[in-house]
Structures are given as structure tokens and as C-alpha cells.
Design a protein around this ligand. Structure first.
Ligand SMILES: Cc1cc2nc3c(=O)[nH]c(=O)nc-3n(C[C@H](O)[C@H](O)[C@H](O)COP(=O)(O)OP(=O)(O)OC[C@H]3O[C@@H](n4cnc5c(N)ncnc54)[C@H](O)[C@@H]3O)c2cc1C
Ligand code: SF4
Length: 328
């Protein structure tokens, strides 16, 4: 682990100024993932800019939906009555993530920016295109049992984002508010935030250097209120998803009026499925419809030697999630 200075800040202007002056510095919130990476020399920063005192908190109902400050802790958001009642998929994705201790420390912004759990990426003895561009990808023919089957490339098959929350947020059309070093804010739909690996897997999202995540907004909708997050993992204590599904349905008189579908654990980025949504919208809320939607969602899958099981697993997870919301 390299030596670093730790600088508290209390305004986003000061935080972004510090970051501009030292481009190799980085922000730290809950530190639950950044320090792990620094300890094994996967991230080296001479300065950590502590953003915990910035006024980026609050869980508020707005005229369009819900606004969550980027420094809210995962546990606060997951347990908040507005989130539990109006955005159950978001609440469930948070409460099924990590452990209680981690959820109490970890922030929403940090969660959105956590990095891949690919074992080769996390072991500096191996080459890895994401860590060292152009060095190779041993996962293509190595241990790929936990890696992606959708959105992969010959350069990388890892899940850029391995977590839960962004899958639910993506299904429910969440929008990020970002603030750059000049204090200018912009709003970016989460569906445009993460970048497919292609030939440049080290470029994981559209964040500009030094840009802060300020808040997450989620529009109110019937399908958001009638949503769920289902996570399949190797054990019931903390573990990342082998496959997960976030779904929201608006069902009236047995017919699906609106549908939202995103998958986790199977794509190189949280995987929104317009193909599944198209099959669901206007169709009867039956198992046959759900199975057709699940088949469509995984149609482009390209499994490797050890992760073929994910295709069936993700389809079954999606069908179960749809059945759950259709009958509630
Ligand atoms: C053992 C273990 C199990 C876990 N299991 C799961 C799981 O099952 N599901 C899951 O979803 N997650 C899981 N996690 C990941 C955990 O949720 C993340 O570590 C946590 O959410 C990161 O938040 P943080 O505030 O601690 O981020 P930090 O570690 O403080 O920061 C992470 C990164 O985000 C940047 N950053 C933080 N906030 C901002 C901001 N507002 N704007 C711009 N940049 C920012 C930092 O510079 C850093 O690069 C697990 C972690 C561990 C250690
Ligand atoms: S899958 Fe991606 S992260 Fe894993 S070794 Fe290959 S390039 Fe690196």
C-alpha cells in the first residue's frame, strides 16, 4: 500500500478543486472498496479527498419521484419507508447486498462506482486488459465461471459493475446528477452511464476526471411501485449475484401495460433488456409470456467454458421475479 494524505473537505467546490490540482488524487466516501484496492496495490493514490462532510445527503420525494443524495448510506436508503413502499426493487437490491456492517458504511455513490470482482483483475500477477490496457485477458480461456455472458468482447468478459443497486436503478429509469470541476451539473440516465468493454475495457463509465456523483433520481411510476429484485448467489450471507433480476410491471385486468427488466450478474454492465420489455408490454401476465421474455433477454448470450449455466439461471431468475410481481 502506498503512503497517502487524507484531506477532509466540506464543499463540492473545494473537493473538485483539490481533485483538479492533483489528478492522481481520488475521492473517498465509505472506503469499503477503495481501501481494499489500495491495500493490494490495485489503486495507488497519493491523496484521498474525504467527501463525507459534503451536503450530498437526503432521501426526498420530489414532484417527479425520489431524489437520493450520493452520500446516503446503503442501509438508510434500503430501509427508508419511501423506498420500501414505492421502489421495492431498490430497497431489496440494497438489503441483499454485502453485509449489514458494510451497508452501514457504504455510500450510494461509492456503490455505483465499485469495480469488477474478476479474480484476474484483482491479482496483479496476472495480465488484464482492464488493469493494464493491451496486456491480455486470461479469463477468456481461464476461470470464467463468475463472468459475463452478455455484452462481452475479446478484450474483456468481466462485469464492470458486479453489484446489485445499479441493476434495480437501471430497470426503474434512474438518472444521475453529476457535478464537474467547474461546479457545472449535468443529468445522465444510468442506462447511458456504464460503457461496454469493446476494445477499451479500462474505460468503464462516462464520468469525466474529477466529476462527482451528487444524487440519484428515480421517477415515480406504477411499475416502480410494483417491482422486485431477485438475487441468486452461492450462499445466503454476503455474496455477489451469480444472476439477478430487477423487474417492474403495471398489470391491469391481467394484461401488462408497462414493463421494466434489468439483469445483474450476467452482463458486462447492468443489463437492461428492451427485448424482454417489448414481449411483455401488451401481453397477458402468464408464465408463457414470462418464459418468452426470459428467452429474449438471453438471446445474445455468448457463454465461455465455465459460465454456460448462467443462461438458464438468469432465465429462471427472471421468470420467478416476473411471477412474483404479477401476483402481488
Ligand atoms: C466483502 C464485500 C462484499 C460485498 N458484497 C456486495 C454485494 O453483494 N453487492 C453489492 O452491490 N456490493 C457489494 N459490495 C460492495 C460495496 O457495496 C461497496 O464497497 C460500497 O458500496 C462502496 O461504497 P463506499 O462508499 O464505501 O465507496 P468508496 O470505497 O469510498 O469509493 C469507491 C469508489 O467510488 C468513488 N466515489 C465514492 N463516492 C463518490 C461520489 N459521490 N462521486 C464520485 N466518486 C465517488 C471513490 O473515489 C472510489 O473510487 C461488497 C463489498 C465487500 C468488501
Ligand atoms: S475479464 Fe476483464 S477484468 Fe477479467 S482478466 Fe479479462 S480483461 Fe481483466
Amino acid at each position: 500500500m502506498n503512503n497517502f494524505t487524507f484531506t477532509p473537505t466540506n464543499s463540492s467546490k473545494e473537493a473538485t478543486r483539490l481533485r483538479r490540482e492533483t489528478p492522481t488524487a481520488t475521492y473517498v466516501a465509505g472506503a469499503t472498496t477503495l481501501l481494499d484496492m489500495m491495500k493490494v496495490n490495485l489503486a495507488e493514490h497519493p491523496q484521498l479527498i474525504d467527501i463525507n462532510a459534503l451536503p450530498l445527503t437526503g432521501i426526498e420525494q420530489t414532484k417527479d419521484g425520489l431524489r437520493i443524495g450520493a452520500l446516503e448510506r446503503m442501509s438508510n436508503v434500503g430501509e427508508h419507508p419511501l423506498v420500501v413502499q414505492q421502489y421495492p426493487a431498490v430497497s431489496e437490491s440494497l438489503l441483499l447486498a454485502a453485509s449489514a456492517q458494510l451497508r452501514n458504511m457504504a455510500s450510494i455513490g461509492g456503490n455505483i462506482l465499485q469495480r469488477t470482482r474478476c479474480g484476474y483483475f484483482r491479482d496483479a500477477d496476472f495480465p488484464c486488459n482492464k488493469r493494464v490496457p493491451g496486456s491480455g485477458c486470461p479469463a477468456q480461456h481461464g476461470d470464467n465461471h463468475g463472468l459475463a455472458v452478455l455484452g462481452t468482447s475479446e478484450a474483456c468478459i468481466a462485469q464492470t459493475y458486479p453489484g446489485d443497486l445499479s441493476v434495480a436503478l437501471m430497470a426503474l429509469d434512474a438518472v444521475l446528477t453529476l457535478e464537474n470541476a467547474k461546479g457545472k451539473q449535468r443529468r445522465v440516465p444510468l442506462t447511458s452511464f456504464y460503457v461496454l468493454p469493446g476494445q477499451t475495457p479500462h474505460q468503464e463509465n462516462i464520468l469525466e476526471p474529477g466529476e462527482l456523483i451528487v444524487a440519484v433520481s428515480i421517477p415515480a411510476a406504477v411499475h416502480a411501485q410494483r417491482s422486485t429484485y431477485l438475487k441468486v448467489r452461492e450462499r445466503t450471507s454476503y455474496a455477489y449475484a451469480l444472476a439477478s433480476a430487477a423487474v417492474g410491471l403495471d398489470v391491469q385486468g391481467g394484461t401488462i401495460r408497462a414493463a421494466r427488466v434489468a439483469l445483474g450478474g450476467v452482463g458486462t454492465i447492468p443489463w437492461r433488456s428492451p427485448e424482454a420489455e417489448k414481449i411483455l408490454t401488451g401481453a397477458p401476465a402468464t408464465e408463457a409470456t414470462f418464459r418468452a421474455a426470459a428467452a429474449a433477454a438471453l438471446r445474445g448470450a455468448q457463454p465461455r467454458e465455465h459460465n454456460g449455466y448462467k443462461v438458464q439461471l438468469a432465465q429462471n431468475t427472471l421468470v420467478r421475479a416476473l411471477q412474483k410481481v404479477a401476483t402481488t
